[in-house]
Design a protein. Structure first.
Ligand SMILES: Nc1ncnc2c1ncn2[C@@H]1O[C@H](COP(=O)(O)OP(=O)(O)OP(=O)(O)O)[C@@H](O)[C@H]1O
Ligand SMILES: [Mg+2]
Length: 239
């Protein structure tokens, strides 16, 4: 079998002396959508930050597209085509939608040009002149996705895209993620809303206190509410 696009093996990450991730092993294949689930503080964002080179790994190995990127700086990892849609979106609030997209263009080339992103996310085309700080939460999430796309990623790491959004807007965001999946981008999708992420994911991992406590097919986990309840609690299973 060929090597997966992203292969994380035995990742341990600390903040100071405190051990956060303990032996996290996961993979994402080319064009695959993988959900990384877990409750508040489980270590989901820390996993993404470690993969991106934003927080150093203490132990373990991270391979991407045949390279050992474990100790690489973030800018070099981004250049390999790893895109990031961070928690809380983080855009330049005083710049327009279009200017935010222009800043993210990195000259790597590829099929995701700004016109194509605007065609795919028509809401952004309507809002191209509006300052990012004046966009709604859902619109900012779209911009964050558009911004990641113009860097032409092969792998997108997306952190809680549904957070703080009204249900109808969440549907919109997930419809776009579903469309992205069709284009063949691999996605590692972090969510607390397990059932939502499992709808578009192929496989899923569940983190608890920095450990992987479940790994399997998304459809199987989605169909097993008891298992979700055991892993993530009553409230998540009932959603
Ligand atoms: N910069 C930091 N310094 C120290 N501890 C941190 C730091 N960032 C996160 N932590 C701790 O690491 C643990 C994992 O945090 P992380 O942000 O990865 O969780 P998460 O699964 O993304 O949670 P959430 O769903 O709330 O975003 C938590 O206990 C958190 O308090
Ligand atoms: Mg987080």
């Amino acid at each position: 079998m060929s090597e997966p696009l992203l292969d994380v093996d035995g990742l341990c990450t600390n903040y100071g002396k405190i051990s956060i991730l303990r032996d996290v092993t996961l993979s994402v294949g080319e064009g695959e959508v993988v959900a990384l689930l877990g409750l508040n503080g489980a270590g989901k964002t820390t996993t993404l930050r470690s993969i991106l080179g934003l927080t150093a790994a203490r132990a373990g190995k991270i391979r991407y597209d045949g390279n050992d990127i474990t100790a690489w700086p973030a800018y070099k990892i981004a250049r390999l085509g790893v895109g990031y849609v961070p928690e809380g979106r983080r855009m330049f609030k005083d710049l327009s939608t279009l200017e935010n997209l222009q800043l993210a263009e990195n000259g790597r080339g590829g099929e995701w040009t700004i016109p194509r992103v605007l065609e795919h996310l028509p809401k952004l085309a309507e809002l191209r002149s509006r300052k990012a700080g004046r966009l709604s939460g859902g619109e900012q999430e779209m911009l964050a996705i558009g911004r990641a796309l113009v860097s032409n990623p092969r792998l997108l790491l997306i952190d809680e895209p549904s957070q703080g959004l009204a249900p109808l807007i969440v549907e919109d965001v997930y419809r776009i993620l579903g469309e992205l999946k069709q284009t063949g981008v691999a996605i590692l999708l972090v969510e607390q809303n397990a059932l939502l992420a499992l709808k578009i994911a192929d496989r899923a991992y569940v983190l608890d206190s920095g450990r992987v406590v479940h790994a399997g097919l998304a459809a199987e986990l989605a169909a097993d509410r008891d298992r979700i309840r055991t892993l993530m609690g009553l409230e998540v299973a009932a959603r």
